[in-house]
Every structure is written in C-alpha cells, then in structure tokens.
Design a binder for this molecule. Structure first.
Ligand SMILES: [Zn+2]
Length: 324
C-alpha cells in the first residue's frame, strides 16, 4: 500500500521537456524485479534456517542468541552468494544508457535544428566515457540497495527473535516490517531505493548527454530552467521554501556548458532530485556555423545525387535516393 502511493507520487512529478520517462520506467521496473528476487531468496533461506533451528510454533526464550546467530550466519552466506551469482549486469545497464542517449539526442537535435533553422546537424561523436562512468556508478548503487536490504532484515530478525516472535511471525516481518516503526518493510524499502536511483540517475544522464551534445555543436551557454512547481527547491510557495541552493532563484541564470555549473549543485539535473534542465542560448555565430554545415552537407548530397543520376543515365531532376 505504501509503495503504491509512493509510485503514484513518483509518476505524477513533472519532468523536463523531452525527458525519456519510459526509459526511467524500464530501469525502475528492472530494479523492482531485482528487489523482489533478492527478497524471495532471503525469505526462503531464513524460513529454512528458522525451521531447522526451532519448531515452527515454538519460541525459545533461553536460546535467543543462538537463534539470532544462526539466522545472521545464513543471511551472510546468502549475501555472498548474491554478490557472486547476481552481480548487476553491466550490459543491461549499458543497453539502458544507450536507449536513453538515443532519446535524449533525438530531442535535443530536433529542438536545436528548429532554433537554428537547419535540417542536418553534425553527427554526435561523443562520450563513451559518459556511458562507462554511468555503468560503474550504477553497478555500485544497485549493490547498495542489496546491502541496505540485508542490514534492515538483520535488524528486524534480531529484534523479532528477542521479542519472542514465532517463525511464522518472523517471516511475516520480511514482508511487513514492524508496523509501529512507521517505516517501509525491507522489500518495500528496497523497491523505493530502486525507484529513487532510477529517477536520479536517468535525470543526471539525460542532463549530461544534453549538455555534451550542445557543447559539441558549439553552443557555449545555457539558461538554467526549473519545473516551476511546488517541488522546486526554494520556491517560496512550494514544499521546500528554505532549501539552499534555491533552484527557484537559478531560473533564467546563465551558465557555461564548459564550466562546472552552480558552485554547489553543478549543472541542472546533477543534484539528486533535481529536475531542472539547460535551455541553450544559440548565439549568432554558432547559429551561422550550424547553417554553414547544413548548407554544405545538403549541397554535397545534391551533387552526389546528380552524379548518380548521370551515371545511371537518368535526367538530372530524376529522384534518386541520397543513399546511393
Ligand atoms: Zn533543480
């Protein structure tokens, strides 16, 4: 139930223009499936250990420490097993990053071509290092979800055994946690962490590729833009009026693509939770450079087309595909 309301909240957030929400959703769902799988493994291992340790309905006040020890030992060996057998798949993460890159480039290029009034832009040549850094960081982050889940379960089991819960009640704790704690259960916590990671990481990569692309095209500066809603930090009428730095106040401020952005929060989308985005300032000289490139490319394509038409003995105005 808690997850349900969190998820609704998550998907109702406004996103920057062109933000590939569907890719974020793919990532979120993959992390959710992973959390559910880890959860099932823990559930099975703990149930088995408890049943071997004490009869299902019996609680053994006198041997708490022994029971706790047995469960923790079983959990530690399972954690090793998961680390070895279910390490986050780098190729899956690369695939996700490349999907996002494709969508982000498609949006930035269409928008920039419209502003510069051109039909062709120079090809994107950049940043395999951006993707590689993303993979490394996300492998590490996914491991933190498992670690936190493990720590939460260990705490619950220790407390549950000390409170004299039965085996059945103990395994139920895995699904529900202690209701009094006002906290998510371990598995819901893991899903929530995954959701947060998917969101922050996708916003960040989207911003990185967007900025890299514009820099490659010779655009030097951008205006910071926020989503103009209640979640923007520093919005006097919003949820975080006193947050600093205020992204509300940053709206419209000029930054260099080649620079470090804001001294504390960096470029738009870098700080966790930030949905701000860069709005490129296309100066006359960069616009003219793009237009010159467009003109050259279109002219040489036209020359190629005419040459091919001549080669095939077709009249000059005959439509021959440019790809010939
Ligand atoms: Zn922001």
């Amino acid at each position: 139930m808690v997850m349900h309301s969190l998820r609704c909240d998550g998907s109702s957030r406004r996103r920057p223009p062109g933000y590939p929400s569907s890719i974020e959703q793919l990532y979120r769902e993959a992390l959710e499936r992973r959390a559910a799988m880890v959860h099932r493994l823990y559930d099975a291992r703990i149930t088995k250990t408890l049943n071997a340790q004490r009869r299902p309905s019996e609680t053994r006040q006198d041997s708490e420490e022994e029971d706790i020890q047995a469960v923790i030992t079983a959990m530690l060996s399972l954690r090793e097993f998961i680390r070895e057998q279910f390490a986050p798949d780098e190729e899956d993460i690369r695939d996700l990053a490349l999907k996002l890159q494709l969508r982000t480039l498609d949006y930035t290029d269409k928008k920039l071509a419209r502003v510069a009034r051109v039909s062709v832009l120079p090809p994107y040549v950049g940043g395999p290092d951006v993707i590689d850094a993303f993979i490394r960081e996300n492998v590490a982050l996914i491991k933190t979800i498992d670690e936190r889940y493990h720590d939460e379960v260990a705490k619950l089991m220790e407390r549950g055994i000390r409170e004299g819960l039965s085996n059945r009640e103990l395994t139920r704790l895995l699904d529900e946690g202690f209701r009094d704690a006002g906290k998510l259960s371990p598995v819901d916590g893991a899903k929530y962490n995954g959701e947060r990671i998917a969101r922050n990481q996708m916003h960040r990569l989207n911003g990185q590729i967007s900025r890299l692309r514009k820099q490659q095209l010779g655009v030097r500066q951008y205006r910071w833009r926020n989503m103009k809603d209640v979640r923007v930090t520093g919005n006097p009428g919003g949820k975080y009026p006193d947050a600093t730095p205020s992204h509300w106040d940053l709206d419209g401020k000029l930054f260099d693509y080649a620079g470090r952005g804001h001294p504390i929060d960096g470029h738009p989308g870098q700080r966790p939770g930030c949905r701000c985005f860069d709005d490129p300032v296309l100066e006359t000289d960069s616009k003219e450079r793009l237009q010159a490139y467009d003109k050259n490319t279109m002219e040489s394509a036209e020359r190629r087309r005419q040459a091919n038409a001549a080669l095939l003995g077709l009249p000059g105005d005959h439509k021959v595909p440019l790809t010939l």
